[in-house]
Every structure is written in structure tokens, then in C-alpha cells.
Write a protein of this length. Structure first.
Length: 198
């Protein structure tokens, strides 16, 4: 079974490409979804996060307020590093279990969608890596529109991740999503054909 690592920057269009993989019949593991699941009551990260995050990031139902936590993550570099150190091992462990389940089910491929694929070292689990790239100006504009946030905060969020220029150099394939959806889909199909012919 081949593990395809899919990554990209915030508002780069990674989710769009992930959905195309699903439409093409590829199983998908989303690291963010795994993280959110582990952070709910009963999950292995739930109590650790309650003890770690600032009290105002926990709502009245004792759930993580992801919007408030995001504001801390993107404005406090030291906190972000420590949070990642706390959460990444648990997420990776859960992801590995899901990979094995797909392997045991006889799947030929599994797509592993991870925003911090290279930063977290999760690319070491992958046979092939794909970066969804977007021009930084386009990325900032899309993020401002998507999250309804000012430009300065959008730039902070983008700066908190490894630059897309660095990611595309590390990836085996790049899908440039700076243009139209039609143009992006055409590149996706080319990558898909290449993966299937390997």
C-alpha cells in the first residue's frame, strides 16, 4: 500500500484536492479530524488539553473553543511549539492505527492529509508527498475572505507555518491552486495519472 502525504498552507486549497481524491476512490485520513476527535471527552488528548490551554479557551460545556485557541496559537510562537509537542505524538499514533486498518483492508493507496506534514516529520510515513501551492498574495486574500479576518492577522496565520515555497521544494508533486478551479483540477488529474502509473 502506498501512503500519499498531502499538504499545503492555510487557505491553499488542500481540502479541495483532498475531496477530489475521495471522489477518485482514495481513502483519506485527515490529521486535523483525528486531532479534533482525540480532543473531545474520552479522547486521549482531552484532559491534557484542558490542563494545558488557557481557561478562556474552554467553553461552558468543557469543550475546546477552537477559534479562541487559534488566536493564541497564531500569536504566541512558544505556546504553539509546546502545544505541538503535546499533541503531535498522540495524533501520529492514531494516524498509524488508521493506516494499518486500511492496509489490512487491502487498500492500494491511502491519502494522509496533514497541514504540518514536513514540520511534524509525518512525511517520513509517506511514500509520496504532494504540496498544494498558492501564491502568497492569493493565499492572504483567500484567508481574509474565508475567515473574515484583517490582513495583518491573515499574515500572522500564514507566517506560523513553513512557507509554501519551502514545502513545494520538499514535495514530490506540486499542484498550483493560484488560478482557476479548472486549472487546478487539470493538474490534479495529471498527478493522479502519475500516481496510478507508478
Amino acid at each position: 500500500m502506498k501512503i500519499i502525504g498531502l499538504t499545503g498552507g492555510i487557505a491553499s486549497g488542500k481540502s479541495l484536492v483532498a475531496n477530489w481524491f475521495i471522489d477518485a476512490g482514495f481513502p483519506l485520513i485527515e490529521a486535523d479530524s483525528v486531532y479534533k476527535r482525540l480532543a473531545t471527552p474520552g479522547g486521549s488528548l482531552y484532559q491534557k488539553l484542558l490542563d494545558f490551554v488557557p481557561p478562556y479557551c474552554i467553553d461552558g460545556n468543557k469543550q475546546i473553543d477552537w477559534h479562541k485557541l487559534g488566536q493564541v496559537v497564531f500569536t504566541d510562537n512558544d505556546f504553539r511549539v509546546r502545544l505541538n509537542q503535546l499533541t503531535h505524538p498522540a495524533v501520529e499514533k492514531a494516524v498509524k492505527i488508521e493506516i494499518e486498518q486500511f492496509r489490512n483492508a487491502g487498500e492500494k493507496y491511502v491519502v494522509l492529509s496533514v497541514p504540518l506534514l514536513f514540520e511534524s516529520g509525518t512525511d517520513k510515513l509517506c511514500d509520496i508527498t504532494i504540496c498544494v501551492f498558492v501564491d502568497q498574495e492569493v493565499q492572504t486574500r483567500r484567508l481574509m475572505l474565508r475567515d473574515q479576518i484583517p490582513g495583518e492577522y491573515a499574515k500572522l496565520k500564514i507566517a506560523a507555518q513553513m512557507s509554501l515555497e519551502e514545502k513545494r521544494k520538499l514535495a514530490d508533486y506540486t499542484i498550483d491552486n493560484s488560478g482557476s478551479v479548472k486549472e487546478t483540477k487539470k493538474q490534479f488529474k495529471m498527478v493522479l495519472d502519475a500516481l496510478r502509473s507508478e
